[in-house]
Ligand binder design. Sequence first.
Ligand SMILES: [Zn+2]
Length: 264
Amino acid sequence: MALIVGVALVAALGCGAPPDVAESPSPAGTDGPAGGAATSAWPRRSAVLFTRTEGFRHDSIAAAAPALTTELTEHGFAVTRTEDPGAFTAEGLAAVDVVVFLETTGDVLDPPQEAALQQFVEGGGGWAGVHSALDTEYDWPFYATLAGAHFLSHPAVQTATVRREDADHPAMAGVPDAWSRTDEWYDLRANPRPGVHVLATVDEASYEGGQLGDDHPIAWCHPVGDGSSFVTAMGHTAESWREPRFVDHVVAGIVSVTEPGHCG
Ligand SMILES: [Zn+2]
């Protein structure tokens, strides 16, 4: 059954129309690359929002996916949301610029699908992981490199202070040096700093129950082969996706991995 759905999706993406506009919202009302001229215009870039969950499922996916779709569309992206791992083939990813693991959990790809995603990123594609993307694919060695860290645990949702570390990165350009917000603050199995460029940390002195210590990265980026990775560990609550500043942080991070030269 899953295979049939996967084939149907690939077919839907591959036939008739340019593959990356198949599920695009109408460009009406935006000033896309065609100047609003026609629905047949090729968008500049294509994003896939992957929301499959094989473990815990966040209610906030229902708020996150439309928020990101709206904002990325305004940035000129064709956005496809899917929970179908059958999308992860060389053919399915050929016209894609960025894959977003949006609050995924658990083992979401089989080995051939993993190989397709690895080839996509190492060949120059963009990948972004949001919140429980860190609670995903524990047994796929490349994923540890791609994501930079894995989830360990979390205390209760509470307000904390995010400390901006790289004000020049697009994902951080719109936030203050000390950014107070409410979220579920992930602890990590290991500090990702040795392998990534840290964009922000969360100040464990500003909330209860943090376990990573004085240096607690909460957003980061790094090159992976010829491609790029961006991670924000924030985004647990539905309310996060109604915070314009937070949504802008995520969108800018997603856009950044489709353009060279932003990380570090
Ligand atoms: Zn969460």
